[in-house]
Design a protein around this ligand. Structure first.
Ligand code: GDP
Length: 441
């Protein structure tokens, strides 16, 4: 007997439940209840709706299973009446020692082996059966995972926190299944033990590549959509490399579409006493970079124009600039306030560029850090840094999987971190940031 799963949306829980009962009957099981907030397009008024996901037995599956069973029986029958098949599916010829001829029950060699076609059918049916078995197993796992009322309250609580934090399917279901498989005695586990399993699991499965700052390449492109925080982040990185990393740093802007962006960077470069140039063409960029390298600059950060995520027209230009200097690092910045599908879409838009690192910006503004888990798993990319505010140079950190996981389970962690003023990296005993050092003098 199969299951039928359906979602019902109504303006009150009672109405939604009435729809469930009407359509799926009194035996329906509620798998999930969610409150949906819809904002008007001006964002002034909001409308609340409730979505119930419910399941019931589905009577349409048995005919399919019956048919498969019948087919399976026919296959068995067929196999019983045919010559023995070897493991590879070829007919096995056994010689009758007495007569030196193929023994009874084996197809004579001169008879076109009708079973070549039949044999093919057997294989197809077997494959079908295997795939059906897999689907049934998967469905049952998913149902077990989705039926939160069936999971121990402690687990339901953790999943609830991760749901709030933006963990989505399929990663959500995969994790729940893995938790139930790995912890068969979950009912008897202490809360701290179960929590420990989740923190360890998420932190080890979360692709994060912290990067020691002396390993960042010589030419670094900073790319990403408009307003994501490129110029600000570049200023943070440049300051850290200049003051803590003690590297010779230079800046170049190719964001010549926005005068304000160049000015913003120039003001910063003057304050930080870092040389800065602008390049209007790939050739010009190449000349600047070559000159900087000759002069012994160890880190050359290139600020690039952002374009609206839906406008791909600037990308070919950016590819030309990139090809002109072959940067060792191309850091793609994506904003933590974007939804998971937007993150994936933006990531795909920049595929033509040799993205080496992802920086998650504005993580202080998100209540959904678990989206990054889904993003990294789906794109097979890891985060290297994240930024937690507008302050240059303080509000940037080397990504730390355990901290991200804590943020997933404790929603306000990142705004707390912002208040705590984290720094990118502390080198040697030089723990004070430039501002603190300035004050101390
Ligand atoms: P760009 O267009 O990509 O170069 O973005 P900008 O560097 O000009 O930043 C756009 C806005 O985002 C500015 O107001 C920045 O101060 C702000 N911003 C940058 N990084 C962060 C961050 O980590 N958190 C928050 N809350 N704001 C940020």
């Amino acid at each position: 007997m199969g299951m039928r799963i359906k979602k019902f949306v109504a303006s009150t829980i009672n109405e939604a439940m009435a729809m469930v009962r009407k359509e799926l009957g009194e035996d329906a099981v509620v798998l999930k209840t969610e409150k949906l907030e819809h904002k008007s397009h001006l964002g002034l008024r909001s409308k609340t709706e409730f979505e119930i996901t419910a399941a019931t037995h589905d009577n349409s599956l048995p005919p399919l299973i019956d048919r498969m069973t019948r087919n399976a029986q026919q296959v068995q029958e067929h196999i019983r009446n045919r010559p023995t098949l070897t493991a590879t599916g070829e007919p096995r010829l056994t010689l009758d020692p007495a007569k030196g001829k193929p023994s009874s029950g084996v197809a004579p060699l001169n008879q076109p082996y009708a079973s070549v076609a039949e044999h093919q059918t057997v294989r197809t049916l077997k494959a079908e059966l295997e795939s059906l078995k897999g689907t049934v197993r998967e469905l049952s796992d998913q149902l077990r995972a989705a039926r939160l009322p069936d999971v121990p309250p402690m687990l339901a609580e953790i999943i609830g926190a991760l749901d709030e934090s933006g963990l989505e399917d399929p990663e959500r279901t995969e994790l729940i299944i893995e938790c139930m498989r790995s912890n068969p005695h979950i009912d008897r586990m202490e809360r701290s033990e179960l929590m420990g399993w989740w923190i360890e699991k998420l932190a080890t499965a979360m692709p994060v590549t912290p990067v020691p700052q002396d390993q960042v390449g010589q030419v670094v492109f900073v790319i990403g959509p408009t307003g994501v925080g490129k110029t600000t982040t570049l200023a943070k990185l440049a300051t850290h490399h200049r003051f803590w990393g003690k590297r010779k740093v230079a800046l170049c802007s190719i964001d010549t579409y926005r005068v304000a962006a160049i000015e913003q960077l120039r003001v910063f470069a003057n304050i930080a006493n870092i040389p800065m140039t602008t390049a209007f063409t790939p050739e010009e960029l190449k000349q600047h970079v070559t000159r900087f390298i000759k002069q012994g600059f160890e880190a050359i950060f290139v600020d690039t124009p952002g374009r609206s995520p839906v406008d791909g027209s600037a990308l070919p230009d950016l590819v030309d600039f990139s090809n002109a200097v072959n940067p060792e690092e191309t850091m793609l910045l994506l904003s933590a306030s974007s939804g998971l599908s937007d993150l994936q879409e933006q990531f795909n838009r920049y595929r033509e560029l040799p993205v080496s690192r992802i920086i998650a910006t504005k993580i202080d503004e998100t209540s959904k850090p678990a989206r990054w888990y889904g993003f990294c798993r789906r794109t097979a990319r890891s985060i290297s840094y994240w930024t937690v505010g507008q302050n240059v140079p303080d509000d940037i950190m080397v990504a730390d999987p355990r901290l991200l996981v804590r943020g997933m389970l404790q929603p306000d962690l990142f705004s707390d971190l912002k208040a705590a003023r984290f720094r990118l990296h502390a080198v040697g005993d030089d723990n004070a940031n430039p501002r603190e050092r300035e004050t101390a003098r």
